[in-house]
Design a protein around this ligand. Structure first.
Ligand SMILES: [Zn+2]
Ligand SMILES: [Zn+2]
Length: 374
């Protein structure tokens, strides 16, 4: 929680502690220079950061992280993207934020001038990863194409900052971008979900936030599918009207049963499981919409004939475009749902490898693991 620090100057050291990626899965704890904010940027002192499944993916395999046009290995690069903190220094021309402001961050600033950025689709910037000498289009996606938040400080474009209200804890503030991703999925499905049936498949962090956001937007019924009863129970606490454990029941039959035999208006697929896309298609109504929000590790079969004969719309989302994070953050600020229900474990900055292990192996059924830096 902030005391009134706005009038105080922060002592900014020249160097900081940060984790950097060597070979795949090889992180080292090093000293790095504290970055300097440029035009339209601020320096954020990182107070807390959540571990995301995508962190585990990029640390092990590389993509979608891209540093200097290639894989992120052995480039002194710091991963981590779901962080929050305190503004401690303003770059040139910044008057939107003050020193001492508590902020949470979106990941993608985009380049700001390509066609997709101009459409608000900055997570699909056409200049993705082009931010290095000789090819600098100004794109930034912290923890993917620029340094991220497993460190004491990071530089952020002001477009990626969201004020954190005093009544929100540091840990909860790290979850705003997760809710923002779920919000972006529902936005791309058309956003008009009040009174419509929505199925969320997969009770991971994005799926559980998908339940909360869909309910907040008035969807009815909201159905959650998954394999772990304790996670499905959290889904009920976050607003799911029905949960289906797919180990005991056929999710397609069950959803049909809950929707008068027609199928759901919208499906937000958050599991990444092999059969997930076809199941999502089969539980969707004719003319309905399916949004894919998970990164599957294997190739996934898709029943194209079913899509075409039933006029189903299929969307993919990357991250949190169209200011979705601001909208999700507004729900959280107003206490519409309690995102902290998905926060299960907390570690210190020195313990990042342990935090990643808990998230990867789901030790003690870890859902969202937070690293508290201050
Ligand atoms: Zn993430
Ligand atoms: Zn762009």
């Amino acid at each position: 929680m902030r005391v009134d620090v706005k009038s105080n100057q922060f002592d900014i050291p020249k160097s900081m502690k940060a984790w950097v990626l060597g070979d795949p899965d090889e992180l080292s704890y090093v000293d790095k220079p504290v970055p300097v904010p440029g035009k339209a940027e601020v320096l954020v002192r990182i107070d807390a950061i959540a571990v995301c499944g995508t962190d585990l993916e990029v640390i092990s395999h590389g993509p979608p992280a891209m540093i200097q046009g290639g894989l992120p290995f052995n480039k002194n690069w710091t991963p981590g993207h779901e962080y929050m903190g305190t503004v401690v220094k303003l770059g040139q021309g910044v008057d939107e934020f003050d020193i001492g402001d508590r902020v949470t961050v979106e990941i993608h600033a985009g380049c700001g001038h390509c066609k997709r950025c101009r459409q608000g689709m900055y997570t699909s910037c056409l200049n993705y990863g082009k931010n290095y000498q000789g090819n600098d289009k100004g794109h930034r996606a912290n923890g993917f194409t620029t340094d991220g938040g497993f460190a004491e400080y990071a530089v952020n474009n002001i477009n990626t900052l969201i004020h954190v209200p005093d009544n929100m804890s540091d840990e909860e503030a790290t979850l705003v971008v997760t809710a923002g991703t779920a919000m972006y999925g529902l936005t791309e499905l058309g956003g008009l979900v009040a009174g419509e049936s929505v199925v969320i498949t997969g009770p991971g962090p994005i799926g559980l936030m998908g339940v909360a956001v869909a309910k907040a937007m008035g969807a009815q019924p909201v159905v959650l599918t998954g394999t772990r009863d304790n996670r499905l129970k959290i889904g009920i606490e976050l607003g799911a009207d029905h949960v289906i454990n797919v180990r005991n029941k056929d999710p397609v039959e069950e959803v049909k049963g809950l929707t008068g035999g027609i199928g759901a208006d919208y499906v937000l697929e958050c599991s990444g499981a092999k059969q997930s896309v076809n199941e999502a298609l089969y539980m969707c109504s004719r003319g309905g919409r399916v949004c894919l929000a998970a990164f599957p590790s294997d190739e996934v079969p898709v029943d194209v004939k079913h899509i075409v004969t039933n006029n189903i719309y299929l969307y993919g989302i990357r991250g949190e475009g169209k200011s979705a994070t601001h909208r999700a953050g507004a729900y959280m600020e107003q206490g519409v749902f309690d995102a902290t229900k998905i926060h299960t474990h907390t570690f210190s900055l020195k313990e990042v490898p342990t935090a990643l292990k808990y998230a990867r192996e789901r030790i003690e059924d870890a859902i969202k693991v937070v690293v508290k830096i201050r």
